[in-house]
Design a protein around this ligand. Structure first.
Ligand code: GMT
Length: 406
């Protein structure tokens, strides 16, 4: 742990940062992992704490340390003790490696675990920055059963960040935030080197995947793409409805990446609507960038999204994005890089997608604008600057308090 001393920290000072996140393909885990990689690249020591190695594959770095939360099993327990195990892991990491600051992603139950760990650590406790991501506010923050504990542990953070203005106003409303801790919008970012448009888009790229399913005349395109955790909030059945509507006019196909509770529903619905042969589920995988960049359109018809990392990755790959005008999605997908329609107007969504995928010239204009939009507004380095500045503000305030006490 670096010696805080009294007064301001130098902006070049190397920090020791603990990052707590979920390992799943969900956006919060991706943002946390990419952030961890970026911070190590800037010379900080980062201790990534999760139940397993995060799904986003990261380059090895001698400043990046992985700590797995191992949850005890005992016949008495009929529920997982993850929150307790996480608190113990945090305490262990701080005692062994020293941390200046803990950055937790997704409040539930991470803020409660961090709160407990800080109580145990007393004066050695690191500062705490929490990034709220979405349903931790809109679902758990708003649920009367969970609200009091969630709120109590969220407001114990030294600072809060959110990925969109939408989530900032939701967090303020739901948790009744009035200024302390401060809430800062730091938009999610994308690795624009990993998600790039191809040198030349190959309209036959997906033909192998659909081999045998279609007549030769159907080879080529258009191909729709989707990536998600297949939770009910993602409305994956709408993807199938859009595909079925599209196929009345064009031989469209749909490729889905990810897994979750709604996957069987989507597969069944595809069979019911007679489009199963035109749908491919690729499952949970992290190596989809090479496929995504050849898609004609990316669909994210969610009920709600505080941001939509998957949509941003598509934009960065030069793929136009389509969905509903909900939550923070309009802060990511502006006109000219795709289309958001009124929630939950499937006809309008299908019509918007059809207009673009049947007009290669228009699709390419939107794709070019999508890539430019991602480069202009969502690159990683400016976001890292914002996080670093937030961390240093919090650490300076702590150093100031210690100075006043001594
Ligand atoms: O809040 C969630 O549902 C989970 C979370 C996740 O881990 O995927 O998703 C949220 O955080 C992402 C990263 O900031 C955002 O891109 C997603 O829009 C957001 N999901 C929702 O708001 C439903």
């Amino acid at each position: 742990m670096s010696d805080l001393g009294i007064g301001k920290r130098r902006s070049s000072e190397r920090l020791s940062i603990g990052v707590v996140c979920y390992r799943s393909v969900g956006g919060s885990g991706i943002v946390a992992s990419e952030l961890a990689a970026g911070l190590t690249g800037r010379g900080h020591d980062v201790h990534l704490i999760a139940s397993a190695q995060p799904s986003r594959t990261l380059p090895q770095h001698d400043r990046l340390f992985h700590h797995e939360v191992s949850v005890s099993d005992y016949p008495l327990f009929d529920q997982t003790l993850y929150p307790l195990a996480l608190a113990s892991t945090i305490v262990g990491v701080v005692r062994t490696h020293g941390l200046d600051l803990l950055h937790v992603h997704y409040a539930v139950p991470h803020c409660a675990s961090a709160y407990l760990a800080r109580q145990v650590l007393g004066d050695a406790a690191p500062c705490l920055v929490t990034t709220l991501h979405g349903t931790d506010v809109t679902r758990f923050g708003a649920d009367p059963n969970d609200q009091s504990v969630t709120r109590f542990t969220v407001v114990a953070s030294d600072a809060l960040t959110v990925p969109s203005e939408f989530l900032k106003s939701e967090a303020k409303r739901v948790f009744g935030l009035t200024g302390e801790p401060p809430v800062e919008v730091i938009a999610n970012f994308v690795d624009t080197d990993r998600f790039t448009p191809p040198a030349r888009r190959d309209p036959t790229h997906f033909d192998e995947l659909f081999r045998g399913a279609h007549s030769a005349a159907e080879g080529g395109r258009p191909t729709l793409f989707h990536v998600s955790t297949f939770r009910p909030v993602k409305r994956v059945a709408d993807l199938i409805s859009v595909l079925a509507r599209l196929r009345r006019h064009v031989p469209a196909r749909l490729v889905l990446v990810g897994d979750g509770p709604e996957q069987p529903t989507a597969a069944r619905y595809a069979r019911e609507l007679g489009v199963a042969e035109s749908v491919r589920f690729l499952g949970m995988r992290d190596d989809f960038a090479d496929d995504l960049r050849h898609a004609d359109a990316f669909l994210l018809p969610s009920e709600s999204e505080s941001f939509g990392v998957a949509a941003l990755e598509a934009l960065s790959a030069g793929v136009p994005v389509f969905g509903y005008r909900v939550g923070g999605l309009p802060e990511v997908v502006s006109d000219g890089v795709g289309r958001l329609v009124e929630p939950f107007d499937i006809e309008a969504l299908a019509a918007a997608v059809r207009q673009v995928v049947t007009d290669p010239g228009r699709r390419n204009v939107l794709g070019g604008a999508a890539r430019a939009h991602a480069l202009a507004h969502f690159r990683r380095e400016p976001a890292l600057d914002r996080y670093e500045a937030c961390f240093r503000r919090v650490l300076d305030a702590r150093a100031g308090e210690k100075g006043e006490r001594s």
